[in-house]
Design a protein around this ligand. Structure first.
Ligand code: HEC
Length: 183
């Protein structure tokens, strides 16, 4: 009898500890796994942004694909990105796209959302400027001007191919270095 209730007590204890451990485990933020868009996708950039969880947008094209880079370069000019960012993305009246500084960040997901939504709508979603360039102005939304996400990914491939900064910064800001702990 005693043995039985002792055993029962242990089970309850074990279950309680298990629940405690689960509650106190470091909250694993649901890691957003990027999923590359299908080449040739005719979804609009706005539809893509609305249908994908934050952090999951990814370019299927890589900038070693000279044909896609050439198409992206044409589209970049066609949509007048050069009017603000310069012909090779080196900056003009607006920030450069090809240096170490990423304003919101430099990963595929953040850049695709910025160009699609523009700065004002992006900031309304909680994004803040982390990096500062010499020009501070809003980026207009292009999500309704560029008809397909495929075109925007090609433009982004051209932007990647034009990058002139340090290789470690090509796809985004490095994680912030932890503050030295005060003794
Ligand atoms: C009217 C001027 C203008 C046009 C046209 C324009 N942009 Fe921008 N763009 C900006 C500004 C201003 C910023 C900075 C936004 C901010 O600080 O919120 C920016 C930021 C960016 C960034 C992020 C740069 C960084 O360092 O983080 C990318 C990428 C970008 N634009 C791509 C494009 C593409 C691609 C096009 C064409 C489809 C384009 N832009 C057209 C003004 C423009």
């Amino acid at each position: 009898m005693l043995a039985k209730s002792l055993a029962g007590g242990l089970v309850v204890l074990a279950l309680t500890m298990g629940a405690w451990a689960q509650d106190h485990a470091a909250p694993a933020p649901a890691a957003a796994t990027p999923v590359a868009s299908k080449p040739g996708s005719t979804m609009t950039p706005v539809q893509r942004v609305d249908s994908a969880a934050k952090g999951t947008l990814k370019n299927a094209y890589t900038d070693d694909n000279a044909d896609i880079v050439a198409q992206g370069s044409k589209l970049y000019l066609q949509y007048s990105c050069n009017g603000c960012h310069g012909g090779n993305g080196g900056g003009g009246i607006c920030p450069p796209l090809i240096n170490d500084v990423w304003i919101y960040d430099g990963d595929d997901d953040t850049l695709f959302r910025l160009v699609t939504l523009g700065s004002v709508a992006l900031q309304a979603k909680g994004y803040v400027r982390k990096g500062h360039e010499n020009v501070v102005a809003p980026m207009p939304p292009f999500g309704t001007l560029i008809p397909t996400e495929d075109d925007l990914w090609k433009i982004m491939t051209f932007v990647r191919a034009s990058f002139k900064g340090s290789p470690s910064r090509k796809y985004g800001n490095p994680p912030p270095t932890p503050e030295p702990t005060q003794e």
